[in-house]
Design a protein. Structure first.
Length: 221
């Protein structure tokens, strides 16, 4: 690289390359079904060996630019572990880059979350004691609000359940965000097609009651 070219290659370019490296790591992980595999057989090459074709278990080939393939081999397999934990039914992780051809985005959704968190897929029904149509009062914490989906995230016994107001907008419950609360509502296990097939229960709530935490000096004269 000429000296002038080196000076012209600024922070913006480095940042963009870093984002593209992350995008390619996500693509490879989704293609393979994991990001721990670092050794490959029966690879293919094209464009004068500048692109490497990686086969997955279905025999499908993903061609990766060699520089990003090399970065994938060196990256820590747990790089996305913590940040991918934020991915839920109404929340995805998106990495976008502006290219000459337009905006290019790579996403991690709940479908692929376990690849990057390296969690084992849990197939059993969560909280079977919470039956469809059951009236409940549950204690937990409000972790997020999504006005577009009109839903809240309710942390209950280590799992974030989606909670939807029985009527109106979630905006009137924004005072409860990040607080420990008591949520009053009805359990729903219906999927988008109104079939009882949801592994994780949802809550259709009509009231959220913040739980006052007793401080160390509360009640002292």
């Amino acid at each position: 690289m000429a000296e002038k070219d080196f000076h012209d290659f600024g922070f913006k370019d480095v940042f963009k390359m870093s984002l593209k490296a992350i995008q390619w790591t996500i693509r490879i992980g989704k293609h393979l079904g994991n990001i721990t595999k670092k050794k490959f057989e029966n690879v293919k090459f094209r464009n004068n060996y500048t692109e490497i074709g990686i086969p997955n278990s279905e025999g499908e080939i993903l061609y990766v630019p060699k520089n990003y393939f090399d970065l994938y081999l060196s990256v820590d397999s747990e790089l996305f572990k913590d940040i991918s934990l934020i991915v839920e039914d109404e929340r995805r992780l998106a990495i976008g880059v502006r290219e000459d051809s337009g905006y290019v985005e790579e996403t991690i959704t709940t479908r692929y979350r376990a690849i990057f968190t390296q969690e084992e897929e849990v197939e059993e029904v969560l909280f079977p004691e919470l039956e469809h149509g059951q009236n409940v009062i549950l204690e937990g914490e409000i972790t997020r609000g999504n006005e577009r989906a009109n839903s809240l995230g309710f942390l209950y016994k280590g799992y974030v359940l989606s909670a939807y107001p029985q009527s109106g907008s979630i905006v009137r419950f924004k005072h409860s965000l990040f607080l420990k609360v008591r949520i009053h509502g009805i359990i729903s296990r219906e999927d988008d097609k109104c079939q009882l097939a949801t592994r994780k229960p949802k809550i259709i709530f009509h009231d959220i009651e913040p739980i006052k935490e007793i401080g160390l000096f509360d009640g002292e004269a």
